[in-house]
Design a protein around this ligand. Structure first.
Ligand code: CO8
Length: 261
């Protein structure tokens, strides 16, 4: 069990290997400034170094998951400065996407702009009934810049992505569910426990197989299908001969619960 804090972020790791990264800037609805993004990169490295099995990403306070990139910070940026900021946001989203364990976004409130994009980079999204989600950048005279133009249509389809990005609409949790933007909606006061249960269950699965599953599924977005299928064949075969593969299959045949490494 460990706890690491930055000024605007905390990382808690429990005994089951479940890490929780909480953006902690509630007075600004957890808007992501450069300092917080840098801290997120460090927290992701730290979680990886601690070999965690599942990572939960959420926001502090009663209202916010992450209300977006920090508009105060962006207002005066020049193009080269904006590029740097975009790259920093991309590094965070890429690090979440390639994190070697499942990442769950517990969307406990506003997830706008960069906040929606952070959620999109996670493997799974669970929303509280109070969540409101959107890519409202168009009304700030910009567009999604941390992967939203790419990951959103892959997740929910091109037409729906265009609607969200063009109109800048903010949709509630049930519409987000209908759009396929979140996998599940739960009562606000049950979100934390529900996600903790999911995380615990995932943390008990065989680690190496889970990593391979995530990496293979990520290939869908990174490679043409023939390359993805070739990757899957290689990755699948590499699991044979591991303790967890032998144990998982023996346990099935012996009609008992497996004991994974
Ligand atoms: N950035 C900075 N501060 C913010 C942000 C934000 N995104 N969102 C909220 N805040 C601040 C408010 O300014 C306010 O601060 P203060 O108390 O000092 O005035 C505080 O948080 C509380 O906010 P509100 O008083 O507005 O609270 P409400 O409950 O009335 O409203 C909303 C909450 C609906 C979330 C509202 O704050 C809002 O609409 N926020 C902006 C949402 C938004 O447009 N997000 C998208 C930002 S753009 C983006 O994310 C681009 C990503 C790509 C970046 C590319 C880099 C180049």
């Amino acid at each position: 069990r460990s706890n690491v804090s930055w000024d605007t972020l905390t990382l808690d790791v429990d005994d089951d290997g479940v890490a929780t990264l909480t953006v902690n800037r509630p007075d600004k609805l957890n808007a992501l400034n450069a300092e917080t993004l840098e801290a997120m990169l460090e927290a992701l490295d730290e979680a990886e170094a601690q070999d965690v099995r599942v990572l939960v990403v959420t926001g502090a306070g009663d209202k916010g998951f992450i209300a977006g990139a920090d508009i105060g910070h962006m207002q005066e940026l020049s193009t080269p400065e904006a590029q740097e900021y975009a790259e920093l946001g991309h590094r965070v989203c890429d690090a979440i996407e390639s994190f070697p364990a499942p990442v769950i976004a517990a969307v406990n409130g506003y997830a706008f702009g960069g906040g929606c994009e952070v959620a999109l980079a996670c493997d799974l999204r669970v929303a509280s009934e109070r969540a409101v989600i959107g890519q409202p950048e168009i009304d700030l005279g910009i567009v999604p810049g941390w992967g939203g133009t790419q990951r959103l249509s892959r997740l929910i389809g091109d037409e729906r992505a265009r609607r969200l990005v063009f109109f800048g609409d903010r949709i509630d949790a049930s519409d987000a569910y209908e759009y396929g933007l979140v996998g599940e909606v739960v009562a606000h006061d049950q979100l934390e426990d529900h996600v903790a249960e999911m995380a615990k269950e995932l943390a008990e699965k065989p680690k190496h197989a889970m990593q391979v599953a995530k990496e293979s599924l990520n290939m869908v977005h990174e490679e043409p299908q023939n390359a993805g299928l070739a990757f899957e064949r290689r990755a699948w075969s590499s699991l044979f001969g591991t303790h967890d593969q032998r144990e998982g299959m023996s346990a099935f045949l012996d009609k008992r619960d497996p004991e994974f490494e």
